[in-house]
Design a protein around this ligand. Structure first.
Ligand SMILES: NC(=O)c1ccc[n+]([C@@H]2O[C@H](COP(=O)([O-])OP(=O)(O)OC[C@H]3O[C@@H](n4cnc5c(N)ncnc54)[C@H](O)[C@@H]3O)[C@@H](O)[C@H]2O)c1
Length: 715
């Protein structure tokens, strides 16, 4: 043994070859945490001191190679200055340079995921052999940063600028085939042959049949581009990357800047440029928001897995009641993810519609080459459309998605309960009706909870799993397990009108109604909020949700929280409703929706809508951008704070992700609590004072006031 630590070891193999083996003790994966970085320094000391070595093989003893840096350690970087951040990149860069400069060739056997720093160490090795089962990539820009351990320097020098920028800017995983084609790896091998191929490659190098010095030279030299070539290449790439990333995500463009700035430099100098770029990005709020989202997502995933472990039964068969927009979507998603499902409606027309929706979605996948026609057939066959309760005795879970009417739901739930097994779970996809109230119709209310999907079901990741007063842990566990199986992100919340997401969305809509009442142009409001980062502004969003749904749900919310959600004026949304403008669904709402050549509804300005609103809208007023944002966001923020204080949601992290996954809250802002932390509660308090006349939804909650007084943040 040449070196031994809890993160990695180095041993001597026959033929004077050393093997560096990553195997982080107590963890299921290898990652570059502080312990691993320190151990790698120790291993390199030992390797440099060891006499008579001819080559180095780098391997992992885990199913993954190295998944990247330990992202939990990143959070400490965010409060730091650029100078404080530099050692983070410097230590491992020194390690990787020493690895690259060992006096004998090195070859890495990439057996599984090699991401971020995991790939960067591979790039420092002379030769790379990759298992056909492995994936490699540099996902840093997804976190708002850039690869800081030589990725922006070595990758373009190995695979060329265009390809390297694509890899880094899109942050996509690459398969073994793609990696080989790009020239990022020298060979690919079946998993069982990987070691043998890597050792053979190393033997060729030690025998002088492969020129490793030449490779080192290329990685340490300027990029082989003359000035004209460089100007052309970087100009085109930069505009393309900027367009794809959008102005709120600076990391991908910074990557191009860094590669361009370092193009004429040697390795050391180029690494310095990279380190500056890394430090610059790491101090942006975007990076802390995106890393926050990543960590929150891990927390959410862990909680969902924990619930699943508690489930007493695997979900093998499901049923859905109602084959409408939501029921059809749920049936599709369940079948697509491998859980056969009975789809029941009271009307054949409903069933036909549900099936044709599923058919359309599947056909799209087949047309894009993402599914074979055979698999499409199998998925469609696993949706069993019916007008009766036949087969309901065998299902593990039933999702109710009939019309949003408490009486109808009570009747349907009570009837269904008679046809299912005693331990089967019933879950309602209601968007507003109290789960505790719906449970009153049931003999086994403990087997009932909410399972609230978002529209369109196949595209929106969130599912709220709602615990009513009598819902048992078993009901929640099985429902979360089903959500997991469907590939959804489950957030468990407690029961209240609107649950979590709609409860905070409607105050936001109320903010919009008040702006229009006070003379704002709804299109201007949409534009400001879209610039702020929302995928669509509030008027457009209500059109997409459905004006009728919005008005109905708004009433439920007002009944639930009259002190702050009752509006004492007629809203523009109500005017739309009274004039049969239901939004995108009937082609007219705040905007008109005119089908384009392909039949896709395109949003156009509606003079009619403006005329209708005029009598209830105040005199046209130009609002400051900041005021529009504050008037829209504050009601959402205070209501979310209430949800946290009342225990409707378990943590700020879950609340933030629910908004990201449920209604497309801008990821670069990290969620509503992250946003409050970023702008500061003092700023929120000022806005609250300024808009106090708009009502209680603009008042800070007690919890917010306490946090402000104590100088605390949500994260
Ligand atoms: N549409 C959305 O954006 C959305 C989002 C989340 C939740 N939801 C909720 O999902 C539920 C369904 O909404 P939708 O938009 O799919 O409605 P929808 O009108 O498109 O579909 C409802 C379906 O239920 C059927 N139905 C009525 N009574 C039935 C019964 N007794 N048994 C079986 N089927 C019956 C109808 O024939 C119809 O096909 C509602 O509770 C709604 O609040 C809707």
């Amino acid at each position: 043994m040449i070196y031994q630590s809890d993160a990695l070891s180095v041993k001597r193999l026959d033929g004077d070859i050393a093997e560096l083996i990553f195997d982080l003790q107590g963890e299921s994966v290898n990652k570059f945490d502080q312990a691993t970085v320190t151990a790698l320094t120790g291993a390199l000391d030992a390797l440099e001191a060891e006499q008579g070595l001819k080559g180095l093989l780098v391997t992992s003893a885990k199913p993954v190679f190295i998944v990247g840096a330990d992202i939990t350690e990143f959070t400490s970087l965010f409060g730091a200055t650029k100078d404080e951040i530099k050692p983070f990149t410097a230590t491992n860069n020194a390690n990787f340079n020493r690895l690259q400069n060992l006096p004998y060739p090195s070859c890495v056997a990439i057996n599984g995921f090699a991401m971020g720093g995991g790939l960067e160490i591979c790039l420092a090795c002379d030769f790379r052999v990759m298992s056909t089962a492995a994936k490699i990539g540099l996902p840093e820009t997804k976190l708002g940063i850039l690869p800081g351990w030589g990725g922006t320097v070595r990758l373009p020098r190995i695979i060329g600028v265009d390809e390297a920028v694509m890899w880094i800017a899109t942050a996509q995983d690459q398969s073994a085939d793609a990696a080989l084609k790009a020239g990022a790896v020298d060979a690919i091998a079946a998993p069982e042959q990987l070691r043998e191929v890597a050792l053979a490659t190393l033997a060729n190098a030690t025998a002088g049949k492969l020129d490793y010095q030449h490779r080192r030279q290329a990685k340490s030299s300027p990029l082989p581009l003359n000035d004209t070539e460089a100007m052309m290449a970087f100009f085109t790439i930069k505009s393309m990357v900027a367009q794809q990333a959008g102005k709120n995500y600076p990391a991908p463009v910074k990557v191009v800047d860094v590669i361009e700035a370092a193009r004429g430099m040697s390795l050391e100098a180029a690494l310095d440029v990279e380190a500056d770029g890394f430090a610059e990005l790491a101090t942006t709020p975007v990076a802390s928001a995106l890393v926050g989202v990543f960590l929150a997502d891990q927390l959410l995933g862990k909680k969902a897995k924990d619930w699943e472990k508690k489930a007493d039964k695997k979900i093998t068969r499901a049923a859905v009641l109602g084959a409408g927009i939501m029921g059809g979507g749920i049936a599709y998603q369940s079948a697509y993810k491998g859980v056969p499902i009975i789809m029941k409606d009271i009307a054949q027309a409903g069933l036909d519609l549900g099936l044709s929706e599923a058919n359309k979605l599947l056909a799209k996948r087949v047309n894009r080459g993402r599914m074979t026609p055979e698999v499409m057939g199998q998925v469609l066959n696993s949706i069993d459309p019916t007008l009766s309760y036949e087969g309901f005795g065998d299902v593990d879970i039933v999702v109710e998605a009939v019309v949003e009417n408490p009486k109808v739901k009570h009747a349907v739930l009570a009837e269904t309960e008679k046809h299912i097994a005693k331990d089967a779970i019933l879950a309602s996809n209601t968007s507003t009706i109290s789960i505790t109230y719906l449970a009153e119709a049931l003999e086994r209310p403990e087997n009932f909870c909410g399972m609230h999907f978002f529209n369109p079901v196949h595209a929106m990741p969130l599912v709220e799993v709602i615990r009513g007063q009598k819902s048992s842990d078993a009901a929640i566990a099985r429902t979360v397990a089903y959500a997991n199986k469907m590939g959804k992100k489950a957030v468990v919340v407690n029961d209240c009108p609107g649950f979590l997401v709609n409860r905070v969305l409607f105050p936001y809509f109320d903010g919009f109604s008040k702006l229009v009442r006070d003379g704002a142009d709804f299109q201007a409001v949409d534009k400001v909020m879209e610039r702020w980062g929302w995928p669509m502004g509030p008027a457009y969003l209500i059109d997409v949700v459905g004006i009728d749904t919005g008005v109905h749900a708004g009433q439920v919310m007002a009944d639930g929280f009259p002190d702050r959600m009752t509006l004492d004026f007629k809203t523009a949304t109500e005017v739309m409703f009274e004039n049969d403008r239901y939004g995108q669904k009937n082609g007219k709402g705040f905007y008109d929706y005119i089908p384009d050549k392909r039949g896709k509804p395109t949003k156009t300005v509606s003079e009619e809508a403006y005329k209708l609103i005029a009598p209830i809208a105040g005199e046209r007023t130009e609002f400051e951008r900041e005021d529009i944002i504050a008037r829209m966001m504050l009601p959402m923020a205070t209501e979310m704070a209430r949800c946290l204080e009342e225990g409707i949601v378990g943590s700020a992290a879950e609340a933030d992700l629910a908004l990201l996954y449920g209604i497309g809250f801008p990821p670069f802002r990290g969620g509503i609590f992250r946003w409050m932390d970023t702008v500061g509660l003092a700023h929120i308090a000022e806005a609250s004072k300024k808009f106090a006349h708009l009502g209680k939804s603009y008042e800070l909650t007690e919890g917010m006031q306490a946090k402000l007084a104590a100088g605390e943040t949500y994260y």
